[in-house]
Design a protein around this ligand. Structure first.
Ligand code: AMP
Ligand code: ZN
Length: 146
């Protein structure tokens, strides 16, 4: 079990910072986000410190995902959510602000802006097929992206 004494989520795990816990097991803890994007916004973290998506142990990632699935189900069953978004931010440029891996569980509510003021953060529009194919090739290691 890895712990970083300077990490705020490791302090939450140790009970050195307060949290509103909603679920825990041997690998994960779920607790309420103190700056909720919607009603019931929760976070799921591994007990073992890992900075982000790129460094988390695969078994811990699987455990976090399973807990996020449970919490999402509870959001529907107990909070009356109409849908749920799971979100992970990997890196400061992807909005990560706390560098202990976490999955956001964000309940969504249809037609209730006081509980759910969220909007899609991009405008869906058809992309340039050549640029899409270029990115796919770069993923496959078949050429540099630009
Ligand atoms: P991210 O921007 O993806 O790194 O998300 C970090 C989240 O952690 C934010 O939504 C914060 O509101 C939340 N957060 C920060 N400190 C605490 C804390 N002590 N307890 C609960 N949530 C926190
Ligand atoms: Zn940590």
């Amino acid at each position: 079990m890895v712990t970083d004494p300077s990490c705020i989520f490791c302090k939450v795990i140790a009970g050195e910072l307060p949290s509103s816990r909603i679920y825990e097991d041997d690998r994960t803890i779920a607790f309420m986000d103190i700056n909720p994007g919607s009603h019931g916004h929760a976070l799921v973290i591994p007990r073992s410190h890992a900075t982000d998506l790129h460094s988390i142990d695969a078994d811990d990632l699987a455990a976090v995902t399973a807990t996020a699935q449970k919490v999402a189900g509870l959001a529907v069953e107990h909070l009356g959510a109409d849908g749920v978004n799971l979100l992970n931010c990997a890196g400061a440029d992807a909005w990560q602000t706390v560098f202990h891996f976490h999955m956001h569980v964000i309940p969504r509510y249809a037609g209730q802006p006081e509980k759910d003021p969220l909007v899609l953060p991009w405008q869906p529009a058809p992309g340039d097929p050549d640029r899409i194919a270029q990115a796919a090739a770069a993923y496959r290691g078949e050429g540099a992206d630009a």
